[in-house]
Design a protein around this ligand. Structure first.
Ligand code: CTP
Ligand code: ZN
Length: 152
């Protein structure tokens, strides 16, 4: 559907419908000037339907992309140089999540703007995703995370 890229990053095997959430996590808005291709709801051998995001001219570092695992745990990151895949890694969630996700407890200190406390979670389980708030100990799930991104 979309042609191969010469140099850059292909994020493949994104769970269908989450390509735009992936861009939000990466902070890519389009105004940075990179050529970005978004492919949604295409057949995949492994997943049923999947999304793909291709970012030309930018090699994303594992640290930047690992947060994608919050919503697309099976995503693979392909680094492309001169049309060839030179590196392929599966996203891997860090054990601690700083920022990005909001605590599901409305009364949590991290949800009070005047306190200026940044959310922080321990990853209790990756599949199903269970994050535990370091402040109030409440659990936040993948469903909560996806809901938060829809509101952005
Ligand atoms: N790709 C691209 N431009 C290139 C090379 C690859 O856009 N120059 C894309 C492919 O279209 C594919 C992804 O990068 O979506 C991974 O490429 P490749 O490893 O060749 O595909 P598969 O073997 O199908 O990957 P996997 O085993 O991870 O499913
Ligand atoms: Zn909390």
């Amino acid at each position: 559907m979309v042609r191969k890229i010469r140099n850059g990053t292909v994020i493949d095997h994104i769970s269908a419908g989450n390509a735009l959430n992936v861009l939000k996590i990466l902070g890519i808005k389009g105004s940075e000037g990179y050529r970005v291709a978004i492919v949604m709801n295409v057949e995949s051998k492994k997943l049923g339907l999947k999304d793909i995001v291709k970012v030309e001219g930018r090699e994303l570092a594992p640290k930047e992309v690992n947060m994608i695992a919050l919503i697309a745990p099976k995503a693979t990151i392909n680094i492309i140089r001169d049309y060839k895949v030179v590196k392929k890694v599966r996203v891997k969630l860090p054990r601690i999540i700083d920022g990005i996700v909001k605590c599901s407890n409305p009364n949590c200190i991290t949800n009070r703007p005047r306190e200026h406390v940044k959310p922080r979670f321990k990853v209790v389980s990756e599949e199903p995703l269970i994050l535990q708030c370091s402040y109030c100990e409440r659990y936040t799930t993948r469903e909560d995370v996806v809901k938060q991104f829809k509101q952005l």
